[in-house]
Write a protein that binds this ligand. Structure first.
Ligand code: C2E
Ligand code: MG
Ligand code: MG
Length: 742
């Protein structure tokens, strides 16, 4: 399963949100600016209208007067024609046009069809339904009707018409052209008024609309007489508030309609058209800049988020993947397990811990670079045989965890395959090496509560496989031997000590060593003591082995050397004695390439002379690269440090090799000393060991001297130094100092 640790949508959503917010804000601001502008226009027009209101009222009044005059004129002319028709005078319509000073005469028959006209083109035209002629024909009482200015239906020219009913079968229509009306109005200087208004900045046209929505005056004469029919406008025109709108929805002209009142009686509506070109240009500019700004902003935010995304991805990779193998790490595994345990999808899952045996040794012997290289090769080999249903995790240096989904049948086969690929030889420094592995297996079931417990139990399972077993597969059982638990406890407490927690639980005791010749204490052996908070006293044999197994020995060894040096320093400061202190060195520690340097650095740090330090190594170390180890011993001796071989006689070394080895002291193991009894039936070899060692020029220390008889025997056979309970038990630092002074 591939967990999606970083979700891109977490980054996209904020970017979109921020940009949307900006977009909204920008459009809001632009809207506000536009409203403000329209408001200004409105105020301007309103003030303009106010300023001209007196003149406007006059204009409206004049318009009324003119209308009346025109109506009178039409009336009079109508009467004259009626008389002439009635008296059967032969009508010369063109002559009548001149005589009556009108612009159009039409005579309709009872079918509302023009039978005579001053314009030939009008002959035969029939009035439509609703036309004043039709209405007059059917009206009982009405005799005449004067229309507002309107366009001629045929010629489209603007006219003011009057209709006169002669009898039920004849109607006379007289027309005055709008241009003539305009001339009349000019007499009242209305045009001048409009011209003045037109001079105001941005005004492109002015109209006056009467209460029946007809344009009765306009700076554009062709509009005079137009009836406004657009429903929204008609509605707005009947309201008593001023209002404005873009002309025909087009940008470019904004029309403002301002009602004009005289003595609280509405006279009509003044329309002022303002050019918005300049403003539109400004708005477009603003809009473009804003859009560019938003685009830049979007780019900047996207860039920033991409950077953050990448950074977070890198951090996540760092947190959830192992840099060496590229495999998901323990954090990832825990997360994965948490999800699996929460989901319980009904599949079978198995968790295996693959432990590469002796891997710490590879690191110690050939360095971490070589170790890393091998881990990488192993990763590749294991991954090469896995199916999609398995996920491999790298837990730590020598441990991998495999999460397998699926049936039992192929599982064991998979484990064997894994062990086989691990066991394929490696070439290190030109030599072939073969690694083995052990696998601990745990099944995920209903009882599996949390990932920490699972991993802990898995660790216990793999640790429970005996050291001498390789390529072994062990299944987790609830009850594991107490020793595994104990080992875990010791390991975790030792880790704490190394980290500086509970350091008083870890101390050194000092056991005196007696010089047989002078009969004086000539040195101490430093012996590590560990008091577990849960297990009480733990033997160094046990915890040193655990520290070696768990890779803690380097840190612990350094801690021991530090403590021993501090003891020497204290002894030098508090007493006149300059005794030597022997420190036990673990093989792994000694095999470190920079071991000599580390020791010398430590001595320097504590200002301890090398002659006051002795290092005890054991025989097992000699199994490794002998010449390398021997060189190291020589280097240490050159620096003035004394080297002794501990527990001689229990291991593999023989006198045969002893003469080649660069050591100065041989410590005969206590088993050979404890043999020395008054009535021993075992043939003693201890005296031979002493004399042989002397032959190689070595000093001999006898360990575990408990009895007087042993002291006597050893004296007799010229043993150089005695160590054991008979001389003194390992004791605390203060007691050791008292011991040599007392
Ligand atoms: P070792 O270096 O051979 O230490 C001598 C052991 O014999 C010590 O046991 C000491 O307490 C014990 N001993 C001394 N005199 C007598 C005696 O008269 N009779 C008997 N029966 N035993 C006596 P201890 O302290 O339990 O240490 C056991 C081993 O643990 C040491 O053997 C050494 O190999 C290892 N060890 C102890 N301290 C350290 C340390 O600081 N570093 C390392 N690497 N190993 C250590
Ligand atoms: Mg020792
Ligand atoms: Mg020993």
């Amino acid at each position: 399963m591939q967990l999606k640790l970083i979700k891109i949508r977490y980054y996209v959503v904020p970017v979109l949100a921020v940009v949307s917010a900006f977009l909204f804000l920008t459009f809001f601001i632009i809207g506000q600016i536009k409203d403000h502008y329209v408001d200004d226009l409105h105020k301007l027009s309103f003030n303009l209208a106010q300023g001209y209101s007196n003149s406007l009222t006059k204009m409206v009044l004049a318009d009324d007067v003119v209308n009346q005059l025109l109506a009178d004129k039409l009336n009079l002319s109508g009467q004259i024609i009626a008389d002439e028709v009635e008296n059967n005078i032969n009508l010369d319509l063109n002559q009548l046009l001149v005589d009556l000073d009108v612009d159009e005469i039409n005579i309709y028959n009872k079918y509302a069809v023009i039978r005579s006209s001053s314009r030939d083109s009008m002959l035969g035209w029939e009035a439509y339904d609703g036309h004043p002629v039709k209405r007059l024909l059917v009206a009982k009482d009405a005799k005449h009707y004067i229309e507002e200015i309107r366009p001629n239906y045929v010629t489209k020219e603007m006219f003011k018409y009057g209709y006169f009913k002669l009898n039920d079968s004849l109607i006379v229509q007289l027309g005055l052209s709008a241009a003539r009306v305009q001339n009349f109005l000019d007499a009242f200087e209305m045009n001048n008024l409009f011209k003045d208004v037109l001079k105001s900045k941005g005004v492109v046209h002015v109209c006056f609309i009467n209460n029946v929505q007809r344009i009765i005056h306009s700076s554009e004469p062709q509009l005079i007489g137009h009836l406004i029919s657009e429903p929204v406008l008609v509605q707005n025109l009947s309201d008593s508030d001023s209002f404005g709108q873009y002309q025909d929805g087009n940008r470019g002209v904004y029309d403002i309609y301002i009602p004009v009142f005289l003595d609280e009686e509405r006279m009509g509506t003044l329309l002022i058209g303002h050019s918005t070109v300049e403003n539109d240009y400004f708005m477009t500019l603003l809009m473009n800049f804003t859009l560019i700004g938003i685009a830049l902003l979007f780019a900047a935010f996207s860039y920033a988020f991409i950077l953050i995304y990448r950074k977070n991805k890198a951090l996540t990779l760092h947190a959830y993947y192992d840099g060496l193998t590229g495999l998901p790490n323990v954090q990832y595994l825990k997360l994965h397990l948490k999800i699996l345990l929460a989901r319980r999808d009904g599949h079978q899952y198995r968790l295996c811990m693959i432990n590469i045996n002796q891997f710490k040794r590879v690191n110690m012997l050939y360095g971490f670079d070589e170790g890393d290289r091998i881990i990488k090769v192993l990763t590749k080999r294991i991954k090469g045989i896995l199916y999609e249903t398995s996920t491999l995790y790298h837990l730590s240096g020598d441990r991998f965890v495999l999460l397998v989904k699926g049936k039992d049948s192929f599982f064991d086969e998979l484990c064997v395959k894994i062990q086989k690929v691990i066991a394929r030889p490696f070439v290190i420094n030109g030599k072939e090496h073969v690694l083995s592995s052990n696998i601990g297996v745990i099944r995920l079931n209903k009882e599996s509560i949390n990932s920490a417990d699972l991993l802990r139990n898995l660790g216990i399972t793999v640790d429970a496989i005996r050291d001498d077993q390789s390529n072994h597969i062990a299944y987790y059982q609830e009850l594991f031997s107490a020793s595994v638990e104990r080992e875990h406890q010791i390991e975790s407490e030792l880790r704490e000590v190394i980290q500086g927690i509970g350091t008083d639980r870890f101390t050194l005791n000092y056991q005196p060593q007696l010089d047989v010749l002078t009969n004086e204490i000539q040195s101490f052996e430093a012996l590590a003591r560990f008091h577990s908070k849960q297990l009480g006293h733990v033997s160094p044999v046990e915890f040193i082995e655990i520290a070696e197994k768990k890779g803690l020995i380097l840190d612990l060894g350094q801690l021991i050397l530090d403590k021993a040096c501090l003891f020497v320093l204290t002894m030098n400061q508090r007493t006149a004695m300059r005794l030597r202190v022997a420190v036990n060195i673990s093989g792994v520690q000694f095999l470190q390439p920079d071991f000599v340097q580390r020791v010398m650095d430590t001595l320097k740090r504590f200002d301890v002379h090398p002659s006051q330090i002795e290092l005890e190594i054991t025989e097992t170390i000699l199994m490794h690269d002998f010449s390398l180890i021997n060189q190291k011993c020589a280097d240490l001796i050159d620096h003035g440090i004394r080297i002794s071989l501990d527990d001689f006689g229990t291991g593999y070394s023989s006198f045969f090799r002893l003469h080649e080895l660069n050591i100065q002291v041989l410590k005969i193991d206590k088993a050979f000393i404890q043999n020395i009894q008054t009535e021993s039936r075992v043939p003693l070899v201890t005296d031979d060991m002493i004399s042989m060692a002397h032959k190689f020029g070595l000093l001999v220390v006898a360990e575990g001297v408990e009895e007087l008889v042993q002291v006597e025997y050893l004296r007799k056979h010229a043993c150089d130094v005695l160590q054991g309970y008979h001389i003194g038990r390992p004791m605390k630092e203060t007691d050791a100092l008292d011991f040599i002074q007392g």
